[in-house]
Structure formats: structure tokens, C-alpha cells
Design a protein around this ligand. Sequence first.
Ligand code: SF4
Length: 285
Amino acid sequence: MTAETTSDNRLAQLRARAQARQAARTAAREAYEAQRAGGSRRRRSLDELRAIAARGQAELHGAGFPGAAPDATAEATAEQVVAWAVREFGPGLAVASSMQDTVLAHLVSQQLPWVDVLFGDTGYHFAETLGTRGAVELDLDVHVVDVKPRLSVEQQDAAHGKDLFARDPEACCAMRKVAPMHDALQGYEAWATGLRRGESASRATAPLVTFDEKNGVVKINPLAGWSDDQVADYVRQHGLIVNPLLSEGYPSIGCEPCTRRVEAGADSRSGRWAGLDKTECGLHV
Ligand code: SF4
């Protein structure tokens, strides 16, 4: 057998494996969607969801969760938080991802395969972020949902003037991130986010579970207590995709016009809206 034939055979095997995996993905995803569509449970009222969030806070802190030490400051592990969320909400749970890393999407997909991963597709992302989004869809057992603003960048430029982000980033974030995510979340009862207390002062008190009054859903932050090292360890352990910009001086990655490289050792979010009195896009405040 020639080297060329061997290479052709190898290519054919890889193609066949990729096709089989794609067929399995499609079938699994269709089954998940049928489960969502056929679910007889109505979306619970805001008061019911508030009560579930309060119960979660009691169960996931202190001595409430299995294996907990009798210590008021103890809290459940990320896996225990996800298990609680999957039990409470099933396919009514979505994951939000900025495509910076894929830790949370992977963690939730281990217990809820084909979970919807909501990606705020603002129209202003780095090519690396869009590449990461594409790779996640191929690599993980999740369904990526592009959450798009009502106006394209061109329509926004025509209606509000070019480069609104440079003149009024609050208005730009409100239109391109906050409002579209609010609309998308109305199809769920809960969302999981990758918020971590160590990321910035404004996130230092992030709870594991809370009721998100602005969006009318339960908000779950399984990684709230994780350090940068824990995230890196999880990525290594599971061989996960990460946004390549993370190793190029961007420890926190948002839209391209509003994200700068930061000096080694600086606050990881200091490159976001650098030089402006703005630290959050509004999704988490
Ligand atoms: S981060 Fe910048 S470009 Fe992205 S939505 Fe906000 S203001 Fe607009």
C-alpha cells in the first residue's frame, strides 16, 4: 500500500467518524428539544422562582448540602450547585457564555447534555471569540444559541450614529447585550453564569444562587468561589478549548472595540472599557 493510499484511508476514517458524531449530536439534540417542547410544566411564576432561589441559598450554604461541614461559611461545590440546578429546572436551565473559556458549559453539559448555551453575539466580537464559539459547538455536547441584538451594527450606526460604543457605551451595551439577553431568558426559568468573586471588586460578593429580578429568572453562579488556578486546572484536566486571546494578554474578553490587553498582574477586568468609569456591561448588575 502506498503512502498516498494510507493517507486517503485515514482521511476517509476521519470523515466517517465526524459524520457519525454529527448524526449522534443531531439525534441527541432533537430528543432534548422534544423533551423541552413536550414538557407539561408551565413556566413557574416569579414568586415560585423566588422561593426556589431562597431554598437553593439555604440548601447550598452552611450545613445544607451533602457532605457539608457544620460551618456557616461552607458552600457547595460547583458540581453540587449544577446538580441542584439540573434537578430544579431541567431543560428550563440555560448557560450564558462569553466564549472566553468553556468551563461552565462543559461542567453543566456533564449533567445536562445538550443544554442551551446562550452567546451574546453583539456583532463586535474578536475573530478569536467567534472561532471559539464555533469550536464549542463541535466539541461539547451543548447547543449554542446566538443571542443577537434587534439592530445589526449597520442599522445601529444609521439610527444612533457610527461607533456608539465610543460615545455612549452604556446605551450600546443596553441595546447589544442586556436587552437581547433579557428577551432570550424569557424562554427559561434559570440561567447559569461564569461569574467569579475573584474577578473584580464589583463581583466580590456574588452568591451561588439568587433571584435575578431584572430578568425574572433564577441566577446560578456555580464558579463563584473559584480562583484563576482552579479554572486553569479544570481546563487542563478536561482538555477544554479556551479563547486564544487569554494567552495573548487578554484575561477578560469582551467586544473588540472595548477590550484592551492588560499588564501582567493587573486587575483582570481592567482592560474592559479601559479609561472609562464603566466596569460592567449591565448583564450582572
Ligand atoms: S462592550 Fe462595547 S461594543 Fe460591546 S456592546 Fe458594550 S459598548 Fe457596545
